[in-house]
Design a protein around this ligand. Structure first.
Ligand code: S3P
Length: 429
């Protein structure tokens, strides 16, 4: 990535729309009667899988310029697809659609993704869905393909064994049209986009602390959704600005939903120069984030409640830790082992190639600040994981080093314009 070297990063930019919100808007649009306009969605490899899958189920889904439109006659008009529902690299599509299909009571479908999806556990959603009465089978009882057969579901009261918005959302999607109240209790609150959006589409849903209650059986009606920028994408620019001399980046219209904004708390605790200007919003909170180079960053120690609020940002926060003035620790993050790749192993393996030293734990790691020159001919691995690849590109730019990554194509999963946005922000020093 030679074109990112010998400069700094300055200017104003928008990151693509939030991935989690875009998936949910497409799914709720398909389940609701009427026309759902989705403004500024994320248009990427992952969300286009959900887009296509909703079409296969009979919703009329179109892209109009930068926006999506979903026209549907409602959940009871959706049909069994005549081909496999292919979910590509998208864990969110795979898990949420499993709950959605189970809840429709009358659908036969097979859901399957790429090689990374084939290794991701689906029993975490199928176990509670089976308790609701769903008829679903998995490969070896754990992995996709997910085969769904018609079954009438009953509501569920469920204590979540892991903090996972995907599991919570799958149960809520399945509970939407059951006869009675579904209750989900979490130990640590995970992202709440499903709860917010289901309410906007007319579901009878309430939240108290970490307990969600959904009264099933309400007909949903279409509602427009304006998608804010994805804080998980903004995270790469936030960290790049903090650690690159003279950097000053403003990211406009970023989601500031508190179940997602753990990175802001960490950056503030590290003393990072970050200013937030919140904008008026009715549903999801959003605003502008200005970040400036901060030469004397303090280390961070994260565990417990904050982990689900920044789970996807841990790879890039590790780069911040490399530039801090002491050892940082991440604990209670064993969920990282079940992402697009085992992110604890991947972060350690790849940043070690920069001479960074780690102590690995089952649920996280300790990282020492500082890095060394990368060996000549070192080949970096991306593991077909967008967040590992973007982490490496930021680390290389901040270290002013040119590196070679085996395959960068997975960036398209969440941030197709990442490299060109960085090039646009790069200024000669
Ligand atoms: C997501 C939830 C998180 C997150 C993923 C998107 C979602 O996964 O890592 O990128 O949209 O619900 P888990 O719920 O499995 O933690």
């Amino acid at each position: 990535m030679k074109q990112l070297l010998n400069g700094t990063f300055q200017g104003t930019v928008r990151v693509p729309g939030d991935k989690s919100i875009t998936h949910r808007a497409l799914m709720l649009g398909a389940l609701s009667e009427g026309t759902t306009q989705i403004y500024r969605p994320l248009i990427s490899a992952d969300t286009l899988r959900t887009f296509e899958n909703m079409r296969q189920l009979g919703a009329e889904v179109t892209q109009e310029g930068d926006d999506f439109k979903v026209v549907s006659k409602g959940h009871d008009h959706l049909i069994s697809p005549d081909a496999v529902l292919y979910t590509g690299n998208s864990g969110t599509t795979t898990r949420l659609i499993t709950g959605l299909l189970a809840g429709l009571n009358n659908i036969t479908a097979s859901v399957e993704g790429d090689a990374t999806i084939a290794k991701r556990p689906m029993d975490r959603v199928v176990i509670p869905l089976s308790e609701m009465g769903a008829d679903i089978s998995l490969k070896d009882g754990r992995y996709p393909p997910v085969n769904i057969h018609p079954a009438v579901l009953k509501p569920l009261e469920y204590d979540m064994p892991v903090a996972s918005a995907q599991v919570k959302s799958a149960i809520l999607f399945a509970g939407l049209f059951t006869d009675g109240e579904t209750i989900v209790r979490e130990t640590h609150q995970s992202r709440n986009h499903s709860e917010i959006m289901m309410g906007q589409f007319g579901a009878d849903i309430s939240v108290s602390g970490t307990t969600v209650k959904l009264q099933g059986g309400k007909k949903l009606s279409a509602s427009d959704v304006t998608v804010p920028g994805d804080i998980s994408s903004a995270a790469f620019l936030i960290v790049l600005a903090l650690i690159t001399k003279d950097a000053d980046i403003t990211i406009e219209n970023v989601s500031l939903n508190e179940t997602r904004s753990g990175i802001i708390d960490v950056v503030k605790a590290c003393g990072g120069k970050l200013t937030i200007t919140e904008r008026d919003s009715k549903g999801e909170k959003f605003g502008d984030i200005r970040v400036q180079y901060t030469p004397d960053l303090k280390p961070f120690h994260i565990s417990g409640d904050i982990i689900p609020r920044l789970i996807d940002e841990i790879p890039i926060l590790t780069v911040l830790a490399v530039f801090a003035d002491g050892e940082s620790t991440v604990r209670g993050a064993e969920e990282l082992r079940f992402k697009e790749t085992d992110r604890i192993t991947a972060v350690i393996a790849e940043l070690t190639k920069f001479g960074v030293s780690f102590e690995e734990y089952e649920d996280g790691f300790k990282v020492k600040p500082g890095y060394k020159k990368v060996k000549q001919d070192e080949l970096f691995k991306g593991y077909h994981d967008h967040r590992i690849i973007m982490m490496l590109i930021v680390m290389a730019a901040a270290a002013n080093t040119n590196i070679e990554i085996d395959d960068q194509s997975a960036i398209d999963v969440s941030f197709p314009s990442f490299v060109s946005d960085l090039e646009g922000l790069r200024k000669d020093r």
